[in-house]
Design a protein around this ligand. Structure first.
Ligand code: GLA
Length: 686
């Protein structure tokens, strides 16, 4: 990523626009409605390949020319996608070897989307060609705001093209087969490879996969897709287009890319984020996705490329997302650093596989609460437009706490030959993040191996494998005065997933001053009680103190009286070890204690009433306070600032009703209070 922050003129509002699904009369209505709602940006062309290139090498840009012109004349910027996520049927029939093959060897057919193999030469060639054709035609279009390369990279293929590319990747990584055999521990189960050609992707096999083979394949897939992105980026740049290039990562469930290295190659990091939970937990999920993305972006502004407007997809059904929720969620993404509130999609499709997906213009049309909510969002974003200008250093949030995060950690725990099937990386990470959200504390995610000295407290939830650089960085951080808390099953293995023997958590044993002799995973209904009143589940272990002191011990059961939480003084800092998955309330209690010791305070010094989210976003000339009342109880916010939407000073107090919000420009040294409203009559209901 370039070091200059991604700057936009105000916040982008809009989303995926698929005019090819509609007659031209609808296009005219679309622009009129977009203007009415205050839409600034439309993402066009994501799934348009079959119409743009109806035959190999034959292009039909007429309709897209018209769409680009219409949007430009209507004052709406375009994020132009390359359509490579959905090759046309003619392509698949002409190049059947570019279709994906499942792990069991069955070839998938066209007839859906994402039916491509990233390593098939024909697909790579066709992708470069269409990217170039688009860049030649629209690279200097005055309405172009950004390039949206592909859509949600991550389809996995196990075919022979992939096998060849995987081998080449392995050759680059290991150089010799001896090194690979050692890294993959192939002495186990007679897996020794005597020729590169013997290696295949981890296809369906008789029993468990070799875990290092499996995790290397995940790393390869991420790198292979990064090459696909580079291919297209090179074509775009070769045409002289200067519009920023991005692609949309998918959260929360897709886990196919190593985002830290991807972010380095994008002009701006973008995500699609679909909530996996309804209120109240959904709000914490918004912040989780947003904090991750801002962190991948080096603390700088990023783009929320997609969210759902009027629905949340739950297990097997859709839940209605009320407009106030859409507004607050959008403001939360923005508070946490997004330059945009974009949606999938502008107008609900009349048919097709996603006809029931939420949209800014739902099936009911503009006469709907959903569309009216969108109009309110558009007006709100206009009113807070000045917030979009980032500070000179580009860092839009100040955080004293960081959570160590890496895709490797997730991939390693997706391996099913672990001591417990209940080990789950997102659960461990989100539990700590959620506790910080409830404590109203700003948090970053940090890349293993990087300098952590800017943080007062660093948390490492269940990062199974750590390389030497990551271990060194944690040690340097602690001895330099940092406070580090490490959860069970972290640093147990090296980057090849080899257990560091002699006692767990091998690589962190000295730093943490503990030696774990045995793991005692718990059943789904089993729990442990600790001497300091905290409770845990999923995991427990037999911990010996080797330089650390016990802060809490297990009570009862086979570990009665043995250390459960420990602390070791190391240089000027302290390293804590937590040997169980604390339940949510206990996680909050522990983090409160650690934050008190580390001098970490809530954004406003004290924790606001439950359900109220407070975020301070740094701007070019001011800081801005976002108060999002996700709860039902009205609160009063008082402090020296200016309510950008209500257009009035906040010093006398602003009532933020349940479901409401406040975005305030702060004065130089503001002192804010957020209190439950006692009905004293502060005005400003929204
Ligand atoms: C993704 C895709 C969109 C659409 C939405 C539906 O984010 O990018 O094309 O399928 O999911 O949630």
């Amino acid at each position: 990523m370039s070091s200059a922050p991604f700057v936009t003129d105000g916040f982008w509002f809009g989303g995926d626009y698929n005019p090819e699904q509609w007659p031209r009369e609808t296009w005219r209505e679309d622009v009129e409605l977009m203007q009415r709602a205050g839409v600034t940006t439309a993402t066009v062309g994501v799934f348009s390949w079959a119409l743009l290139e109806p035959e190999e090498g034959v292009y039909d840009f007429g309709w897209l020319d018209d769409v680009m012109a219409m949007l430009y004349e209507g004052g709406i910027g375009v994020v132009l996608a390359t359509p490579t996520a959905s090759p046309p049927p003619w392509f698949s029939l002409a190049h059947p070897d570019a279709l994906t093959v499942r792990a069991d060897g069955v070839q998938r057919w066209h007839g859906s989307r994402d039916t491509y193999c990233p390593s098939a030469p024909a697909y790579r060639e066709a992708s470069r060609r269409i990217a170039r054709a688009l860049a030649e035609r629209y690279g200097d279009h005055p309405g172009l705001r950004a390039w949206h390369v592909h859509n949600e990279y991550g389809t996995i293929c196990w075919c022979d093209h992939v096998a060849r590319a995987f081998r080449a990747w392995l050759q680059r990584r290991y150089v010799s087969l001896d090194v690979l055999n050692d890294a993959w521990y192939t002495a186990f189960w007679s897996q020794h490879y005597s020729a590169w050609e013997q290696i295949v992707p981890p296809r369906d096999t008789q029993y468990l996969h070799n875990p290092t083979h499996a995790v290397d394949f995940r790393r390869f897939v991420s790198d292979e897709y990064l090459d696909c992105l580079r291919d297209q980026r090179a074509e775009i740049e070769a045409c002289g287009s200067h519009a920023p290039v991005t692609t949309n990562f998918m959260l929360p469930t897709w886990n196919n890319l190593e985002q830290w290295s991807w972010a380095e190659e994008l002009d701006v990091v973008a995500i699609d984020h679909y909530l996996d939970t309804t209120a109240p937990d959904g709000e914490t999920h918004v912040a989780y996705g947003a904090d991750l993305t801002r962190s991948w972006a080096g603390g700088q502004p990023w783009l929320l490329m997609e969210q759902s407007a009027t629905t949340i997809s739950l297990d097997g059904r859709i839940a209605y997302k009320e407009p106030g929720r859409m507004l607050r969620d959008s403001l939360s993404y923005i508070a946490h650093g997004s330059q945009a509130a974009l949606f999938f999609q502008w107008r609900a499709s009349a048919a097709g596989s996603e006809a029931w997906h939420g949209a800014i213009v739902p099936h009911a049309g503009a006469d709907s609460t959903g569309f009216r909510g969108a109009c309110e969002l558009g007006a709100t974003l206009r009113a807070i437009g000045e917030v979009a200008a980032p500070p000179v250093d580009g860092r839009v949030l100040d955080a004293d706490v960081a959570i160590l995060w890496h895709a490797d950690g997730w991939w390693a725990l997706e391996n099913r030959s672990l001591p417990s099937d209940l080990l789950d990386y997102p659960t461990a990470v989100r539990r700590t993040h959620r506790a910080l959200w409830h404590a109203s504390v700003a948090v970053d995610f940090a890349r293993p191996g990087t300098d952590l000295s800017a943080y007062k407290l660093v948390l490492v939830p269940s990062m199974f494998s750590l390389d030497a650089a990551a271990v060194r960085a944690l040690g340097t951080y602690v001895t330099g005065g940092g406070r580090l808390a490490v959860w069970y099953f972290s640093g147990v293995a090296d980057e090849n997933l080899h257990v560091v023997t002699g006692g767990y958590p091998g690589r962190l044993r000295d730093l943490l001053g503990v030696r774990v002799e045995n793991f005692l995973p718990l059943g789904p209904d089993e729990h442990v009680e600790l001497s300091d009143g905290l409770h845990g589940g999923v995991w427990s272990e037999l911990v010996h103190l080797e330089g650390a002191r016990a802060l809490a011990t297990y009570v009862g059961g086979p570990l009665d009286g043995r250390p459960a939480i420990a602390a070791a003084q190391r240089g000027a800092g302290t390293a804590y070890y937590v040997s169980t998955l604390l339940d949510p309330a206990s996680t909050a209690t522990l983090l409160d204690r650690l934050m008190a010791q580390a001098g970490v305070t809530p954004v406003l010094g004290t924790t606001p009433p439950a359900g109220v989210e407070v975020v301070r976003r740094r701007g070019a000339e001011h800081d801005y306070l976002f108060v999002l009342n996700h709860g039902a109880t009205d609160v009063t916010v008082r402090g020296d600032g200016y309510d950008l939407v209500g257009d009035r000073p906040t010093v006398e107090g602003v009532l933020v009703p349940g479901g409401g919000y406040l975005v305030a420009r702060e004065s130089t040294a503001p002192r804010w209070t957020v209190t439950v409203d006692e009905g004293e009559g502060a005005d400003g209901l929204r």
